[in-house]
Write a protein that binds this ligand. Structure first.
Ligand SMILES: Cc1cc2nc3c(=O)[nH]c(=O)nc-3n(C[C@H](O)[C@H](O)[C@H](O)COP(=O)(O)O)c2cc1C
Length: 373
């Protein structure tokens, strides 16, 4: 008997329309237009019932008019690029490591110009350095391929230069963590140069990436983990993107990320001795990027009493969900920020995967430790 095909929303015409709009770069504007329609609907209701004229008629009508002007303006300026040429942003050499990492924010609207030849060369040098065997935590090679087609990514606009993160097809947790750690180190360097970045995982169309990679990828042995858009931040941003950026640039408090007990129940007092020795390292981990701002990394500080003094011996890093890819990438990003912070403070240590603790619960999942030297 033939198997009956189960109906799924992903087969529906609505979903296909959403995908078509998303990957043709129009969905951002459609969402903006939907807000206008809702306001016009309220205006219509206000007009019909004739009560609360200001609240139900003039206010929504005024807002709908302003939003319509903004929509036409952004389509002309952002989608069709009709605006004055923007300057290349200055470098951030004046910032210390912590302010530099804190200054990074996902860029979702890029200028049309390409990276300068100097920036391009310096960035590719960083790519080469951070993918060397001796820079990785795992045993397997990873790489970042530079490509320059205008991949359609969501909801980012104007991105046309990318680094594509590639790991071995056969799943290896440390290689995925390496992707996060190495690419974040490149992102930190790009930020110092004044280059804007946006990690893109779920918002990238994998098929088109593979097409554009062409012979730079071996589908039998390689796996694309995510991409990172690189370029210069544009001040011309669709309203939806301004809203999205603001919505996403928030973080959990440190008390929900750092703990002082292995069961992750007692928040770490990061201001108290000896934890305060790590200064702003906690903050830069807290503000590291993660897919959909999931913030899935956790950390436990382990101490030991020695001659009546409490000393930190290591920090254990965990993921709070079982995601095989994006949570591991986010953990790798934390490691890069942690390491960069420790280096700035001259706090010596190294990463090591410790043997599994017997009967450890499935979640949070232990991944790696920073062992104090
Ligand atoms: C692995 C990974 C995948 C991501 N994928 C996307 C994406 O597809 N689209 C997007 O706009 N942002 C993406 N982001 C960026 C996050 O949404 C962003 O880092 C988070 O919302 C925090 O915002 P902030 O970086 O501005 O602080 C991704 C980040 C990571 C680390």
């Amino acid at each position: 008997m033939p198997l009956e095909k189960q109906w799924s929303f992903e087969d529906s015409a609505l979903w296909k329309l959403k995908l078509r709009l998303q990957f043709s770069g129009w969905l951002q504007y459609i969402i903006h237009a939907a807000w206008i329609s809702i306001l016009l609907l309220i205006t219509g209701v206000g007009w019909l019932i004739g009560h609360w004229q200001v609240l139900l008629f003039w206010l929504p009508l005024g807002l709908a008019t302003l939003l319509s002007i903004a929509l036409v303006g952004t389509i002309i300026m952002v989608k069709y690029g009709l605006h004055p040429t923007e300057k290349i942003p200055p470098n951030k050499n004046h910032l210390d490591a912590f302010d530099l990492m804190r200054s990074r924010q996902s860029c979702r609207s890029f200028q049309f110009r390409n990276l300068t030849a100097d920036h391009h060369a310096e960035l590719l040098k960083a790519v080469q350095f951070h993918t060397q065997e001796n820079q990785l935590l795992g045993q397997k090679p990873i790489r970042f391929e530079y490509i320059k087609p205008p991949l359609i990514v969501w909801p980012v606009v104007g991105a046309h230069e990318f680094l594509v993160a590639i790991a071995p097809k056969e799943y290896d947790r440390l290689s995925i963590i390496d992707v996060g750690r190495s690419l974040q180190k490149i992102v930190i360097q790009a930020t110092r140069m004044g280059i804007a970045t946006c990690w893109i995982g779920p918002g990238a169309d994998n098929k088109s990436i593979l097409q554009h990679l062409d012979d730079k990828i071996d589908p039998e042995n390689d796996h694309v983990i995510c991409v990172c858009a690189i370029g210069y931040d544009s001040m011309y941003k669709p309203l939806f993107i301004r809203f999205f950026n603001r919505l996403m640039h928030k973080r959990l408090p440190l008390s929900e990320l750092f703990f002082s007990d292995p069961s992750l129940s007692t928040p770490l007092d990061t201001q108290a001795n000896p934890y305060s020795l790590y200064g702003r390292c906690y903050e830069v981990c807290q503000w590291s990027p993660s897919s959909y701002n999931g913030q899935t990394t956790r950390c436990v500080a382990i101490t030991e009493q020695e001659k009546g003094e409490e000393n930190i011996i290591r920090f254990d890093f965990f993921t709070s969900i079982s995601s095989r890819y994006y949570a591991a990438v986010a953990l790798g990003i934390w490691l890069a920020n942690w390491e960069t912070g420790c280096e700035a403070l001259n706090m010596r240590g190294h990463f090591k995967v410790l043997p599994p603790i017997t009967a450890a619960p499935e979640l949070p999942r232990y991944d790696i430790s920073w062992v104090v030297n």
